[in-house]
Ligand binder design. Structure first.
Ligand code: URP
Ligand code: ZN
Ligand code: ZN
Length: 475
């Protein structure tokens, strides 16, 4: 089996940093070697990667992606092939995508479809959460097989009535089952029926531009739903993971429940740390600004107003562990033919932002600005996702026995973000013009170098399905 030595770098983990060389044999890490110790001189690796002056970190894990998601009358524009390749470019070596049951379809069929979409197409390893779009006797029975299938988390929606939405009764039934089975309940916490009323009222008042998406999805709708999800989880004993948290009031709810000892977790996404509702107004501050450009940033939960200081609160929550993870909620749609479906009616803009390629870089900015330590950067983007979703040991750490998923990150490098140069299948970038300190230099996925400087060396089919175990935060 081929051996790879990553030499001369600073190995960063969630708990510390050390000067060490990392030896990979085949697909696995076999040793961390202190520089200058005897064995090093005797190793003749097939490939030697010089990491001098660079950080050597476990490959990123993006636990919230939507490839090929049918949504808003169209389909997310990244396939498993294009999306996982873009992930690799950005230093992510594992994704957990959402297999979909839309309301009115069978959950088993949804999972089978997701396996068909992904198998043989991924550049990096992948797992699935299961979206439950219809809680009924059949889908509750199907949950009993999830663990054997390696699917140990599932998502429900308090938003999107008529598409993915579950009412409180359905949520209680699913949570009861999840509590029995040890599954992690992931929740899209926004009050969908109330939002739909507000959105219709805005539309009738002639307020049809993308900006009004965020006005309709007010923070009160997120706070209320987050609280309700917490209470339903408390009632049923189900552990809860709230996805794409954007409102500071929702974080307060999570912190309150955690302080009481409830098993409640939350993720945020780069868009809620950097972008704001005001971006959708452009420089003129006018909702009708530009050529429908505000649609780029339409996602749910929505971007929040910078005047309400949500962003500062998100960064703080990442530091204090009131929020535990950063995922992208990568859900890309092109402007042409997709986002523009909502011209004249913001309710019809497909919801989603694409960031899979930029998560590691964007979060590294937190280290640059002093918001995060290097260790916390690794923890938020790799180690906690591995633990949360039952992959730790294999993923999320550089240690003997772990998969050889490694990123060599250059803190002195530079990254410019543009739709002209990104690898995601999108005709625009929500991050256009961002200039980032740091650069993903080398990416190794299960022992294979897939990114070498500016070269992609991977192939579709390199990535394998991961049968995940139960969340390691709950056992
Ligand atoms: O805007 C978003 N988040 N689109 C993807 C679907 C979801 O709710 O996660
Ligand atoms: Zn969601
Ligand atoms: Zn999502």
């Amino acid at each position: 089996m081929a051996t790879t030595l990553v030499k001369g770098g600073t190995v960063v983990s969630a708990t510390g940093r050390t000067e060490a060389d990392v030896l990979i044999d085949g697909e696995k890490v076999v040793a961390l070697i202190s520089p200058g110790t005897t064995p090093l001189g005797t190793i003749n690796a097939d490939t030697v990667i010089d990491a001098t002056g660079k950080y050597v970190i476990p490959g990123g894990i993006d636990a919230h992606t939507h490839f090929e998601l049918p949504f808003g009358g169209t389909e997310a524009s990244d396939t498993f092939e294009t999306g996982t390749r873009a992930a690799a470019w950005g230093g992510t070596t594992t994704v957990v995508d959402f297999a979909v049951q839309t309301t009115g379809t069978r959950i088993q069929d949804g999972l089978a479809t997701w396996h068909e979409k992904a198998a043989g197409n991924c550049a990096i390893d992948y797992g699935f959460h299961q979206i439950m779009g219809g809680v009924d006797d059949d889908s509750l029975k199907a949950m009993e097989g999830f663990v054997d299938e390696g699917i140990t988390s599932y998502k429900m929606f308090m938003a999107y009535p008529g598409v993915f939405y579950s009412d409180d009764g359905q949520i209680v039934r699913a949570m009861q089952k999840a509590a029995d089975l040890g599954l992690l309940t992931m929740m899209h916490a926004e009050n969908g029926p109330a939002i739909d009323v507000l959105a219709a009222q805005l539309y009738e008042q002639g307020k049809t531009d993308p900006y009004y998406h965020g006005i309709a999805r007010a923070w009160q709708m997120e706070e209320e739903a987050t609280h309700r999800a917490i209470m339903l989880a408390n009632l049923t004993g189900a552990p809860l993971y709230v996805v794409h948290v954007s409102a500071k009031q929702a974080v307060e709810q999570l912190a309150w429940a955690r302080d009481k000892g409830q098993n409640v977790f939350g993720e945020t996404c780069p868009q809620y740390l950097y972008l704001s509702l005001e971006d959708q107004l452009g420089a003129t501050g006018d909702p009708t600004w530009g050529n429908f450009e505000g649609a780029k940033w339409v996602c749910s939960t929505p971007l929040r107003s910078k005047h309400e200081h949500h962003q500062e609160h998100m960064w703080q929550a990442l530091r204090t562990n009131d929020l535990q993870m950063v995922s992208t909620d990568h859900c890309p749609f092109c402007m042409k033919g997709q986002k523009e479906l909502g011209k004249g009616d913001f309710r019809k803009i497909p919801n989603g932002i694409g960031s899979i390629e930029h998560r590691m870089d964007l979060m590294y900015q937190g280290v640059v600005t002093g918001e995060l330590t290097l260790e916390r950067w690794v923890e938020l983007t790799s180690t906690t996702p591995a633990r949360m979703f039952g992959m730790y040991g294999k993923k999320g750490v550089i240690a003997p026995g772990a998969d050889g998923d490694i990123v060599v990150y250059d803190p002195n490098g530079h990254t410019s973000i543009s739709a002209q140069t990104h690898h995601m299948n999108m005709d625009h970038s929500a991050w256009e013009g961002y200039e980032i300190d740091g650069h993903v230099d080398t990416v190794i996925s299960r022992g294979k170098v897939v990114i070498d400087g500016n070269q992609y060396l991977g192939a579709k089919g390199d990535g394998k399905f991961i049968k995940r175990g139960l969340s390691q935060y709950l056992i």
